[in-house]
Design a protein around this ligand. Structure first.
Ligand code: G6P
Length: 610
């Protein structure tokens, strides 16, 4: 959510900053800006509403150059989407600041700053960072000390980079609650909110820790912890591929990511699944003994990751005999909850930086869970660093705001966790074999299912003029219906609701007419006959249905029902397989509607603020 890039070099850094912003644009894209400073003291700030391309053209028109610079792509929290509210924000023509996060006490700070003679010119909380740093410069005597003094006054979350127009030899960065990474070059250094931004210029990174403040010059990086002590942080060599951010010939990142699923699911299984179960040690050192004692699992997540958790609950209870609760992180963190004995806390997150999920993990640590595990896609993320155990989903960089491959790899991870926990809780041999066989066939089943794209594209034509839709599923397909509805609303802006189909007659039936498409996921499982009755209830009320059904489920198309036959698969992997047609449906509907598939309005990829 919002992207930050900074650079200090001998060369002109404009292209480095712009390329970094382009690579981060998926995180926030309503406005963008840069502040550039030359060694000779020339300063230039350019900001634009809209995409990074607007900013790039403006900089080009002005022949913008700089040896030092800070840049930002914004997802508005405080203050509307205007050029004036776009970062960088400036104090007294001297201090420039870019910031991710929210300074919660900005109103109090404003009052204080106004009393000191600062005029407040924007609607943002970020502006108060610039003025606070400026106000402390005279008494502290250095930019570093001014930033260290300032952060003591901030409540809330920040990843921030500060530049002093009078000193082109350094940038100061500070992190609390919003990630920042320093990229190391030779005679030049870089900063970003995500390493992805800097992959074209370096592979060597230092991840700042909570409370760190760092001074970055061309040749040095000096880091201080929250107590003000100088500290060393590890330098990590990144293995992420340089072109992880390319579309690879696909029209959209989302489509590329949908088609990557056979490969990334294969990667997720690689070296972890044997013929007789999961390989020992895949959840980390000492995890085995710990998992043997788990009697309850509490899952916490947001958005698509929450739907993965809801699906996992069915598996953990049905196959592994382990009781499980699933809760949205923003709910969990603000209510009193009861911790079951021997309870394992599991967070799920693509980014590993979602503010609510991270806050829930921190809270859970105080509540007495026996341990914490995160199922996550980003190795360097806060959730991975702060959890006792981490299980990486290996989905690779996901750029499309609507999550696809992250979800299916999360589900793959949970089938492996189900096997690991089931081992100690009386899982039957038959159930165990179903999961193992299912996982072994999963990559090829996904490939087969993706070949339905053409028939789903045809179907999508009928949706594009609709305003509402209903998704139905039963059992572990209910969360898949929820995920299908989320995908459709995220990228096509069609209102979509999901219901467990047994709930139909308790309300939603009242909505059914021929203007309300009803999408049904119908694998051939023990709930199929019940689902067929629900389908008849819709048909009797004149509803139009789109049924994704197992090829053996004996549904046939007629004037009220369009059936797409999904390749037959075993029960364990059906939720993963049935996710694919729903992803493709949303994608094609959005394509026909002409929405911005990869960067849908009002959303952001990684929600690092509350
Ligand atoms: C945002 C994204 C969703 C994602 C959710 C949770 O809303 O747009 O795609 O599911 O955050 O993100 P996480 O990174 O924690 O999985």
């Amino acid at each position: 959510m919002c992207g930050i890039v900074g650079a200090i070099a001998e060369r002109n850094v404009v292209e480095i900053l712009l390329e970094g912003l382009r690579r981060l644009e998926y995180r926030g894209y309503d406005s963008a800006g840069v502040a550039l400073l030359n060694n000779d003291g020339a300063y230039n700030r350019v900001r634009r509403t809209g995409k990074v391309q607007e900013l790039a053209s403006a900089i080009n028109d002005q022949n913008g150059v700089g040896n030092v610079g800070i840049a930002h792509t914004r997802w508005a929290t405080h203050g509307g989407v205007t050029e004036n509210n776009a970062h960088p924000h400036v104090s007294k023509d001297r201090i420039s600041v870019v910031h991710n996060g929210i300074i919660e006490n900005y109103q109090d700070l404003r009052t204080e700053l106004k009393a000191q003679g600062y005029s407040i010119d924007t609607d943002t909380d970020t502006e108060t960072i610039a003025h606070t740093v400026h106000s402390l410069l005279p008494s502290t005597g250095s930019l570093l000390a001014a930033v260290q003094g300032s952060v003591k006054k901030f409540h809330g979350a920040y990843g921030t980079v500060v530049m002093d127009r009078e000193d082109p030899s350094r940038l100061i960065v500070a992190r609390s609650g919003s990630p920042l990474v320093i990229g190391l070059g030779i005679g030049e250094n870089f900063i970003a909110s995500d390493q992805m931004a800097l992959l074209p210029v370096t592979r060597r990174f230092i991840y700042l820790e909570e409370g760190d403040v760092a001074e970055i010059t061309r040749r040095s990086v000096t880091i201080y912890n929250a107590a003000g002590e100088q500290v060393e942080r590890d330098v990590v060599e990144s293995t992420v591929s340089h072109d992880a951010g390319d579309k690879g010939g696909y029209r959209h990142y989302m489509l590329k990511e949908i088609y990557e699923q056979p490969t990334v699911v294969r990667n997720a299984l690689q070296g972890r699944l044997a013929d007789n179960g999961v390989v020992a040690g895949i959840f980390g050192e000492g995890a085995e003994a710990l998992l043997a004692n788990v009697q309850h699992v509490q899952i916490i997540a947001c958005g698509t990751s929450y739907h993965a958790g809801m699906t996992a609950r069915y598996w953990l209870e049905q196959y592994a005999n382990v009781s499980c609760n699933v809760e949205i992180a923003s709910e969990f963190r603000y209510r009193k909850s009861v911790v079951h004995p021997n309870s394992l806390l599991v967070t799920i997150s693509q980014s590993g930086e979602t503010a609510d999920t991270l806050a829930a993990l921190r809270l859970a640590k105080e509540l007495g869970y026996m341990s914490s595990l995160t199922v996550c896609n980003v190795e360097s993320s806060s959730l991975v660093r702060e959890s006792d155990m981490a299980f990486m989903t290996r989905a690779g960089a996901e750029i499309g705001v609507a999550s696809t491959k992250a979800f299916t790899t999360q589900l793959t991870a949970f089938l492996m966790l189900t096997l690991a926990l089931g081992e100690h809780n009386g899982m039957t041999g038959e159930d165990k074999q179903t999961i193992i066989d299912g996982l072994h066939t999963l990559p090829s089943k996904i490939e087969e299912t993706l070949s339905l794209a053409k028939s789903i594209e045809d179907l999508a034509e009928e949706f594009s003029d609709k305003h509402h839709s209903l998704f139905l599923g039963r059992g572990e397909q209910y969360p898949i219906a929820m995920e299908g509805a989320l995908k459709l609303k995220e990228i096509s802006y069609i209102h979509a609701e999901a219901y467990a189909s047994g709930e139909l007659k308790h309300g939603p039936l009242a909505l059914i007419d021929d203007e309300m498409p009803v999408i049904v996921v119908a694998p051939n499982n023990e709930l199929l006959e019940k689902l067929k009755s629900n389908v008849e209830e819709v048909r009797a009320r004149g509803g139009i249905m789109y049924v994704f059904a197992d090829s053996n489920a004996q549904f046939s198309s007629d004037e009220t029902m369009r059936v797409v036959a999904v390749p037959h698969c075993n029960d364990a992997i059906a939720p993963i397989v049935y996710t694919l047609p729903l992803q493709l449906l949303s994608y094609f509907v959005a394509l026909i509607k002409g929405t911005d598939v990869d960067q849908p309005r009002n959303l952001a990829k990684s929600v690092t603020v509350e």
